[in-house]
Design a protein around this ligand. Sequence first.
Ligand code: NAD
Length: 380
Amino acid sequence: MITIGLIGTGYIGPIHLEALSRIEGIKVKTVCDVNESLARRTAEKYNIPECCRDYMEIINDDKIDVIHNCATNRFHYPITMAALEREKHVLSEKPLAMKLEEADELVELAEKKGVVTGVDFCYRYYPLVQEMAVKVKNGEPGKVRMVTGTWFQDWLSNPTDYTWRLEKSESGDSNIAADIGSHWFDLIQFVTGLKVSEVMADFATLIPVRKKPKRQVLAFEKVGVEDTEDFKVELEEYSAVLFRLSGGVPGTFTASQTCAGRKSDTEFQIYGEKCSYAWNHKRSNELWIGYREKPNEILIENPALQDKSTAKYASLPAGHPLGYHDAVLNLFQDFYDVIKNNEETTPVSRPTFKTGYDEMKILAAMVNSQRSRQWARVKW
Ligand SMILES: NC(=O)c1ccc[n+]([C@@H]2O[C@H](COP(=O)([O-])OP(=O)(O)OC[C@H]3O[C@@H](n4cnc5c(N)ncnc54)[C@H](O)[C@@H]3O)[C@@H](O)[C@H]2O)c1
């Protein structure tokens, strides 16, 4: 039995717990949160024997083999560092750390300790995103000519909406580029197999002063009429990026969390020599394939029609759409298979600390570009 300790029981922690409850041969021993009553409620809900408020209790527990790091960005580095020092496997939330140098250290130490690492870039684990990656790898679209996409949400569109993601000390040098941008660039690098080589980023703060409640606010929580103070927004609420992939392939990305009516409109389009692909999170079980010389197609998520290597991710019969929980489960299953089998079985699809570090390099280039108002190269 593989034993797990999970740190951070806000929004994403319980999503990890849902997925973990569906994997054989593992058990969660302890959950931790600085908000002790939240940790206790979460432990009760998920039938977890122990809870605590100090993450070092989990790190120092010799019975725990794996740490899930679901705390806010500021704690990714110290928690993961402490876990690696105790030779524990780590599945971290993104971004891997707040600074590039920290991410570098984590990759190096994980390699030295020989532990299994993962970063929760879960969107690449939707069955049809995996399928698209196989199609590109098999050369079906020919050479990729251009890539474009957007990610719009509305959960921060009112001045009364607040999240720690907008605070530099909690989030790092970026809000959007680090938060949803890291997922989006992971998606397109994963599908195309190409690396972002340079970027030109334009960030903007759209609501300069917000109302910050004097209590803890979890992600996506709606703030009511309550005691607040004025909060000067420190990071971007709009992010637009022109970029080039390896070989000069051009692309664009625009994102914001202030777009009324847009919930999690995440989409990307890949235009190749022979055909085009488009995927949208709102209809995540459909892959649009566009042609010049014949009618376009929509491939519906279907284990019977997908490549052998991706069918396992479409775990229900066609017509029964999977969702976000299942994408997270797919990622976790691959992560735990590596621990159980003591070997990397799916190196192509699994995001490791190296992947998290690579994303931090793109992020660093975007922040540099925004500051200098010029194109910036990603330092691979
Ligand atoms: N992969 C994804 O799709 C996805 C989605 C959402 C969030 N995330 C990532 O997950 C992380 C958490 O985000 P969230 O949305 O759950 O935020 P949240 O604010 O809802 O929850 C964070 C929790 O961590 C706790 N916490 C903070 N510092 C801690 C510490 N030192 N020890 C123990 N607990 C601590 C907080 O009390 C809170 O309960 C972020 O890094 C975010 O980028 C990833």
